[in-house]
Design a binder for this molecule. Structure first.
Ligand code: NAP
Length: 405
């Protein structure tokens, strides 16, 4: 059908010149950021292809706006539309802490089986960084998106379900959990879902000429969940990619640490150590594959190292569709102030353009962003760290990007 992105048998996309792409503006600062992003995406596509290509953006509902209009936070119609059009982009959506509904962001990822959350962290010249040699920071996180404690299997302390689970645990282990005051959460990690994440991460490393894939895990403590994630990760590397991958162990046992030409090193680090490793020796890390929660934590650290959450893009990718979104949330205190940095969603949009194969338009965005930041024309988050910066509003920053294309 015209205007619809089609999936080919080999998993690649057939993209029409004028694809329909659903978008969710989001809650809080989302609408400010989305308006800025849309302006930049349209301008970049026009700059790259004149009128030959154009995205036909189609709004779909989620979050507060959806609730006010339909009484539902995440209408089924929205998920159906994303599935139909295969590629979508969204702003952040609010989730209450400690009570109320489950996260809509997590629901979208799980319901559409968008199992790989891909978050690049690459330094842009001129961005203030707390690191000594930020130019060495060029990592991509592959965060498992559909399992782990994010699956949301939890029971509140004192409920029948929590008591049943506790009685099960107390009968089968030497532990003695307090039945009345203990909340319970379940952490499932499966072989199938772990292995498909590793296939994507290692294939990405091969396709993008990356040097290593590091498994970030806490398998020393959680042996049958994160420990299994580690084991299955190595199995994918050693069985499915044996011509492309070498484990760190083999590298030292047989090659004195010198990487044979064309090989990607598969290694692992315990999660707590991983934080100091990426901070102190960023040039030794490249692709990072992590279970859901570890991936969430390390994402914000890497974002901080390359300019903060205002410049941290992401993609949620499954076998059938993809949704692009920033790492950050709704930043509610800045809602409606036309203040925050739209850079994360703009860069997520650039990732989306690359996903469509529209690399020229993506490059236009990266070049414009680099130029604007070097000119010290930035939003509040970067302005407070760059001496002599000119602080722009969210919408002004977008206009500045467009005029520098
Ligand atoms: P947050 O919205 O990410 O904001 C935390 C802080 O990060 C902000 O106060 C601000 O720092 C900085 N920040 C965030 N977005 C920025 C931007 N565009 N430009 C510059 N700085 C930015 O995290 P939160 O306050 O913990 O969460 C708020 C809500 O968002 C919650 O309901 C949460 O569940 C939700 N959330 C949604 C998503 C998603 O939609 N995928 C992701 C995470 C959280 P300063 O205060 O230092 O300026």
């Amino acid at each position: 059908m015209e205007n619809i992105i089609e999936l080919n048998k080999d998993g690649s996309l057939s993209v029409p010149d004028k694809p329909v792409i659903p978008y969710i503006p989001g809650d809080g600062t989302g609408p400010d950021i989305w308006n800025a992003t849309r302006l930049v995406l349209d301008a970049a596509v026009k700059k790259a292809y004149k009128d030959k290509k154009k995205i036909i953006f189609k709004e779909v509902l989620a979050g507060e706006d959806a609730f006010n209009k339909t009484g539902e936070w995440l209408p089924k119609e929205t998920l159906d539309q994303i599935q139909k059009y295969r590629v979508a982009i969204k702003g952040p959506l609010t989730t209450p802490v400690g009570h109320g509904m489950r996260s809509l962001n997590v629901a979208i990822r799980q319901d559409l089986d968008l199992y790989a959350c891909i978050r690049p962290a690459k330094y842009i010249s001129g961005v203030p960084s707390p690191c000594r040699e930020p130019e060495n920071i060029d990592m991509v996180i592959f965060r498992e998106n559909t399992e782990d404690i994010y699956l949301g299997i939890e029971w509140e302390a004192g409920t029948k379900q929590a008591k049943d689970a506790i009685s099960f645990v107390n009968q089968r282990t030497t532990k003695s959990l307090d039945e009345d005051t203990t909340g319970i959460g379940i952490k499932p990690i499966s072989e199938k879902k772990t292995k498909r994440l590793f296939k994507k991460a290692i294939q990405y490393a091969i396709d993008h000429n990356r040097k290593s894939v590091t498994i970030m895990h806490k398998g020393n403590i959680m042996k049958f969940t994160e420990g299994a994630f580690l084991k299955w990760g190595y199995e994918v590397g050693e069985n499915d990619f044996k011509d492309d991958v070498i484990t760190e162990q083999k590298l030292w046992d047989h090659f004195k640490g010198k990487v044979p030409k064309g090989k990607i090193v598969l290694k692992d680090r315990i999660a707590d150590n991983m934080f100091q490793q990426v901070l102190l020796r960023p040039n030794e890390y490249d692709i990072i594959a992590a279970p859901n929660l570890n991936g969430d934590y390390i994402s914000d650290l890497l974002a901080a190292m390359v300019g903060g959450l205002g410049l941290a893009p992401g993609a949620n990718i499954g076998d059938n569709c993809a949704v692009f979104e920033a790492t950050h949330g709704t930043a509610p205190k800045y809602a409606g102030l036309d203040k925050v940095n739209p850079g994360s969603v703009i860069l997520s949009g650039a990732m989306m353009l690359d996903h469509l194969g529209w690399h020229e338009a993506s490059n236009v965005i990266h070049t414009a962003l680099q130029k604007t930041i070097l000119n010290k024309k930035v939003t509040y988050d970067l302005a407070r760290l760059i001496p002599g910066a000119i602080e722009l509003k969210c919408s002004e920053f977008a206009l500045e990007l467009c005029s520098s294309m």
